[in-house]
Ligand binder design. Structure first.
Ligand code: SF4
Length: 358
């Protein structure tokens, strides 16, 4: 099945907001989807209720700020990540996806005009001389699920190729990288893969690419000049977790360590709203405590055990690549990294200045 057949099967309707109706990306996508149209609406709210479902795509203009700080978590260490909302929504169906608890608009919305986003990131870089600007599109959707169709990541990669401070991260659970492999200068762009053992992904990440496919995509990305990153998030403590996660880390031995930008670790966590939204899963009946940000997490000693184990296995497999914890407390950071060379430097954690009006 061709990549566009995948999209044609999945999406039957294509709407475009008036503000982007003439954008060349909109015409290209309509042709690739082989739909008549798109249907033009003033705003996404005007998509009829009958079409507000996962079979509908909406090309839209970005609203509000186009570059934001990663929401982080109150009382937890923030790694200063910036987010760009290019693709909003996702149909990959992960059982733990936080978007299920707050997203009340089913169609996937794509902000097709990258020009304001590019200018905003460049303004952040200019306002923070000497700092690394880590920015990613995978906060409220998968960076690459729709990207072969819209080809917006290419515009960002090319725009930031000569910005030495900007590290654009495209984070995915797919293996949809081939449309990005022919770009002659990818600068400091990173293609990142979320990883979980196949035993867990099979039940909790139903429509994602398998581990082998993601690792093969990582190898092709490296070959094409990208650095890669890996996210073990959420780590779920079920079954033979040591053996399962250890086997995944062992697969990374083939990856050249100097091409790994970073690895992040985060244990499964959820709000009470998410817990009420998703159907019961075995892993949710483990023991959890409520953290300072109101989210439920494993007990601290158990999180430390999971992180230490994975950190040690990663160091063994890859050497001292940068490893960080996602949304974790200072106490856990201290206990996990007190003896390590792999934690990110303090400068990575100092807040970036965001100019007004982005
Ligand atoms: S890939 Fe990410 S955004 Fe998509 S369902 Fe899974 S967790 Fe949610």
């Amino acid at each position: 099945m061709s990549c566009f057949d995948y999209y044609r099967e999945r999406f039957q309707r294509f709407y475009a907001e008036q503000a982007v109706a003439e954008h060349p990306v909109v015409a290209r996508v309509a042709e690739r989807l082989a739909v008549e149209g798109p249907v033009i609406v003033e705003g996404r709210e005007e998509v009829p209720a009958a079409d507000r479902n996962e079979g509908t795509l909406v090309a839209a203009a970005a609203r509000g700020r186009v570059v934001n700080r990663c929401p982080g978590s109150h009382g937890h260490i923030c790694c200063n990540y910036l987010t760009i909302d290019l693709y909003a929504g996702c149909t990959l169906g992960c059982s733990y996806c936080i978007m299920q608890s707050y997203r009340n608009y089913a169609p996937m919305v794509v902000h097709v005009d990258t020009a304001p986003i590019i200018s905003a990131v460049q303004a952040v870089a200019a306002a923070n001389p000497g700092r690394r600007i880590r920015v990613g599109t995978g906060q409220i959707g998968d960076s690459l699920q729709l990207d072969p169709l819209f080809e917006l990541s290419r515009e960002l990669v090319e725009a930031f190729a000569d910005e030495p401070a900007v590290e654009l991260e495209l984070k995915t659970k797919t293996d949809f990288v081939d449309h990005l492999l022919g770009i002659p200068n990818v600068g400091r762009a990173i293609i990142a893969f979320s990883l979980n053992p196949p035993q867990i992904a099979a039940s909790e990440e139903p429509d994602t690419a398998g581990l082998e496919a993601r690792l093969a995509a990582a190898a092709r990305s490296i070959e094409a000049g990208y650095r890669v990153a890996f996210h073990f998030d959420p780590i779920i403590r079920v079954g033979a977790w040591r053996e399962w996660y250890g086997a995944v880390v062992d697969r990374l031995r083939r990856v050249p360590a100097e091409r790994v930008a970073w690895v992040s670790l985060g244990t499964v966590r959820f709000t009470s709203a998410l817990r009420e939204t998703i159907p019961p899963r075995a892993y949710m009946f483990d023991e959890f405590i409520v953290s300072r940000d109101g989210k439920m997490r494993y007990l601290q000693r158990e999180r430390v055990e999971l992180y230490r184990y994975l950190r040690a296995r990663l160091e063994e497999a890859l050497g001292p690549v940068p490893v960080y914890l996602c949304m974790e407390s200072p106490a856990v950071w201290r206990r996990v990294f007190s003896d390590s060379r792999s934690a990110p430097a303090g400068s990575l954690l100092a807040p970036l200045a965001l100019p007004a009006g982005l």
